[in-house]
Write a protein that binds this ligand. Sequence first.
Ligand SMILES: C[S@@+](CC[C@H](N)C(=O)[O-])C[C@H]1O[C@@H](n2cnc3c(N)ncnc32)[C@H](O)[C@@H]1O
Length: 260
Amino acid sequence: MDLGFSGEVARLYETYRRGYPAPVVDAIVDAFALSADDVAVDLGCGTGQLTLPLAARLRAVVGVDPEPDMLALARRAATHRDVGNVAWILGGDADVPAVGALLGAGSVGVVTVATALHWMDTGRLFPAVADLVRPGGGFAVVTNGRPLWLLDAPWSRELRAFLESWTGSDLSWGCGSDDTDQRRYREGLTAAGLTVSATSVAYPADLDLPGLVGELLTAFPASELPTGPDRERFAEGVGAAVGAGPFHQRVQVDLLSGRR
Ligand SMILES: C[S@@+](CC[C@H](N)C(=O)[O-])C[C@H]1O[C@@H](n2cnc3c(N)ncnc32)[C@H](O)[C@@H]1O
């Protein structure tokens, strides 16, 4: 099944998706008292934005993603950075029980899902994770800030108007970062018997126009990615809507922890 993350979308992710700065990894380590003896599973790992910095702090990480192109680039990034303690598995949220059978129930320090939970069946996933993690370990739901077109800034409002006209869709959904989804995740984690707490890490990040366009392109499914002259039209349209930049944002990474 094509999930829309193949080919050029994966390459755009690798180039333009911002990673997670050290204080985010610190917050995950602190939330579950992770040590250099722990193993993590990073589900929906993409090109390894969270997997690789997490691996630097733990014994090993299992990066899981259903898109082979994402995994290939994640593996390449690990090789370039000389990270040798990540095992990459082609799979999705439905495979967590199989990962549990492999690693053993109660063996994992944390299962992280960064900017990917909105693709998953949380009703099935949260109980499976509760079985997989050790006491004190748990599940980390990580956002990577709000979508660029939903920020509280004039350029972001202009951007939303342009994107809604380009796609012909309402773009009010925060892809898991909004209050409604966060509440649903919190309730699901609690129902799975996990103790929930929340924290955030905020930091300033500026984008120039090419960076803004590049990051926006990562939000298109592969089948709708503008190509050729359409790509140029898209980039010009973004520039005409928002100006030349730089575009200031305060990225707020929210961490929802469900501890066993
Ligand atoms: C927005 S990307 C996030 C990548 C990375 N975690 C990050 O924070 O940048 C979403 C990822 O979730 C993966 N994905 C989609 N459906 C999934 C599922 N059912 N189970 C696991 N991963 C899934 C996609 O292939 C994609 O790599």
